[in-house]
Structure formats: structure tokens, C-alpha cells
Design a protein. Structure first.
Length: 175
């Protein structure tokens, strides 16, 4: 009987331990803002630098190993999405109310281009250029300090993404 109780206790403890999951390496995040009365949301998974500072961007960087390089999924896991409930302008792209996938052309690590793509629902690396709604240059700057976890913000009339030693933004306005 003791043996049965001990085995049952060990089984319960092991099931409890398995149920305790580690946090996701690239957790799901959301940035939401208002542009001309329209709600704009970016859903993305946020990777971390994890000691790879200076090794992510550039022709020999970690991101250059992705099959669609120099197009970057601008996040991790599932594709990064932009959803707007009204017509907006992203840089010089007219974006009707709908859901889109965002990519970034990082062929020049210091001059990025935001890509708004009409195809949605794919895993992050499934880029199809024939589905591009448009492309727009981003304003580049260096953050005041290294950004460990990828961060999108929608504020002050612009969409900004920051990661590692790069920060890129594009103006947002209502149509």
C-alpha cells in the first residue's frame, strides 16, 4: 500500500511539474493607438536580443539566415499584423480598413522600408511580394539605449518599432 501511495505521489508531482510551462521565448504583444478616430492595432511576437547585440542585422547577421532575407518578418512566430477599423495612411501607403501583415526590408540596416502586405494568417516567414499593398521608407534613429525586447508603439502620429540598436518609424494619419 505504501508503494502505491508513493508511486501515486510521484506521478502527481511529475504531472504538476510538466504543467508548469516556461514563458514563451518570444511572447505575444500588442500595440494599440488611435489615428484620426480609427483604432490601429499591431499584434506581434517579441523576440529578445539575448546577448546577440550587434549580431542580428546586416548581411552576415542572424536575420540574414532567414529564407526571405532581406525581407524581415519584424517579429517572431506568427506574422506581425496591422489591423485598422478605418482608412489610414501609413507613410505614403493608403491603407483601407482591414487586417494586413507587416514586413520590413532591411537590405540596408540603416535605411529600412516598411512593407504592408494583404495576405494574412501565415506563419512569419511566408512572404509573397505579389500581395504587397505598398512599401514606404522608415525614419531611422538609434534608441537611447539597447532595446532588449522588440517593441512596437503607436503614438504621436507614428508607428515605431525598436529592437537592439535600431529604431524605425513611419507617420500615421487618417485618410
Amino acid at each position: 500500500m505504501k508503494r502505491l501511495l508513493v508511486c501515486t505521489g510521484l506521478l502527481a508531482a511529475s504531472l504538476f511539474a510538466v504543467a508548469q510551462q516556461k514563458p514563451a521565448a518570444s511572447p505575444a504583444e500588442k500595440a494599440t493607438g488611435t489615428v484620426g478616430g480609427h483604432t490601429v492595432t499591431i499584434d506581434y511576437s517579441a523576440p529578445s536580443v539575448k546577448g546577440r547585440e550587434g549580431q542580428l542585422f546586416g548581411k552576415d547577421g542572424r536575420i540574414s539566415k532567414d529564407p526571405h532575407y532581406p525581407i524581415w518578418r519584424a517579429g517572431a512566430n506568427a506574422a506581425t499584423t496591422l489591423t485598422t477599423d478605418g482608412a489610414i495612411k501609413v507613410g505614403d501607403i493608403n491603407v483601407p480598413a482591414s487586417k494586413y501583415t507587416l514586413f520590413v526590408d532591411i537590405s540596408d540596416p540603416d535605411n529600412w522600408t516598411l512593407v504592408v502586405n494583404k495576405k494574412t494568417g501565415e506563419w512569419g516567414l511566408a512572404y509573397d511580394a505579389s500581395q504587397d499593398l505598398g512599401k514606404t521608407k522608415m525614419d531611422m534613429s538609434k534608441p537611447s539605449s539597447m532595446v532588449e525586447k522588440l517593441k512596437y508603439t503607436i503614438a504621436d502620429g507614428k508607428l515605431t518599432l525598436a529592437w537592439e540598436n535600431h529604431q524605425a518609424s513611419v507617420p500615421l494619419s487618417a485618410q
